[in-house]
Design a protein around this ligand. Structure first.
Ligand code: PLP
Length: 383
């Protein structure tokens, strides 16, 4: 005994936990306006499909990319709904969208490459770039709309750039990029021969009249785009760990082998459920109506607090709130809000481009939103 431990590589030791630090379950009595997941239950037709599969013994190894009928169901959805010309064989069903994003990063970015991300960025996107040994290059978006400035994106491209990562609707900003912005980003990718990783987990959750155009649906975009989506947010399935990777078939074959040599496949008995999700969008329409209502509820309450300046969310379920008029930076604001007002919020101070802002989530029950905003208002009034 008494031996020493070999080294853990520095880039892994330094891996940060994304928003996890701010998502820790708070002490009892604290209102959470942090959590990025639907407050709804998974639709029963989806749960029933998984239960039935377990009961029927669907518990053995199966096709790594996901069963053919499952991949066909998601490919049809992406072709019909978003005009992405993906073949059935261009789909890999992954353990959550996160894993698909990592596979995409492994394909598109090699050690020493640079990856362009819009800032403020969802921290996991940045961590995954570092995980594969590449360098994140953060391009600050315009405030307060948080849309990308295409000149700034172009200026950030160097001979080492290999990827532009696009996430629209965006976490954390709620920005939904316009068709012109999407076209501009694809044009840049074509001009400089770059990959696009398009994180489309929130595309069903758009609240203004912006039409979502997938980069893979734009002329010349498909060949260089890996699209990642899935039912986690739309079908209230965050805990199921099901994601969808879509790309040209030659890329999906590589990703299929990546998955085959790592987790093999998502649990067999979840496959019928994931297939049901691809075919069942009725519940999602109901969730949408609720989100729209909850978004206006949160915005109305925020507009009644003079020192909080909220940007109108365009999609996803997040509001960016500028707290600079309170005289606090957003890290101090979040720490004091937790301590004094008993409300948990996510500070974006440490994310480039997010200084002065907190992120609130309205994927919560009405009462939680009402109580959280009341507490914040009372606390700020008493300062
Ligand atoms: N992409 C973005 C932008 C997200 O916000 C999230 C979850 O918060 C994910 C991907 C992860 O999706 P999944 O739970 O399917 O891994």
């Amino acid at each position: 005994m008494g031996g020493t431990m070999p080294n853990i590589p520095e880039h892994l030791v330094n891996l940060r936990g994304g928003f996890k630090a701010f998502l820790a379950p708070p002490p009892e009595g604290v209102v959470r306006l942090t959590v990025g997941e639907p407050a709804f239950d998974t639709p029963s037709s989806i749960s029933d499909a998984a239960i039935k599969a377990i009961q029927e013994g669907d518990t053995h190894y199966t096709r790594g990319e996901g069963r053919e009928s499952l991949c066909t169901a998601w490919a049809s959805h992406l072709r019909n709904r978003w005009n992405i010309p993906v073949e059935d064989a261009g789909i890999v069903i992954t353990p959550g969208a996160k894993q698909g994003l990592l596979y995409a990063m492994m394909v598109a970015a090699q050690p020493g490459d640079e990856v362009i991300l819009m800032a403020p960025s969802w921290p996991t996107h940045v961590e995954q770039v570092e995980l594969v040994g590449a360098t994140p290059v953060l391009v600050r978006c315009e405030q307060p709309s948080f849309h990308p400035n295409l000149d700034d994106v172009a200026a950030a491209i160097t001979s080492r750039t290999s990827v532009i990562l696009i996430n629209s609707p965006n976490n954390p900003t709620g920005a939904v990029y316009t068709p012109d912005e999407m076209q501009g980003l694809v044009d840049l990718a074509i001009k400089y021969d770059l990959w696009i990783i398009s994180d489309e987990i929130y595309t069903e959750l758009i609240w203004n009249d912006t039409e979502h155009i997938s980069p893979a649906a734009i002329d010349g975009g498909f060949e260089r785009t890996m699209t990642i989506t899935g039912p986690s947010k739309t079908h209230a399935m965050t805990g199921w760990r099901v994601g969808v990777f879509a790309a040209p078939t030659s890329v999906a074959k590589v990703v299929g082998r990546l998955q085959g040599n790592t987790c093999s496949h998502i649990p067999s008995f979840l496959m019928p459920a994931a297939e049901e999700a691809a075919k069942n969008w009725a519940a999602v329409a109901e969730f949408r109506d609720d989100y729209i209502r909850r978004c206006s509820l949160m915005m109305d309450l925020l507009n009644g607090i003079p020192s909080l300046n909220a940007s109108q969310p365009q999609g996803a379920f997040y509001v960016m709130v500028d707290v600079t008029a309170t005289g606090m930076d957003s890290t101090t604001f979040a720490a004091r809000a937790l301590d004094e007002a008993k409300v948990q919020v996510i500070p974006l101070e440490s994310l480039p481009g997010g200084e002065g802002f907190i992120r609130l989530s309205y994927a919560a029950e009405d009462e939680v939103i009402q109580e959280g905003l009341k507490r914040l208002g009372d606390w700020l009034n008493s300062q």
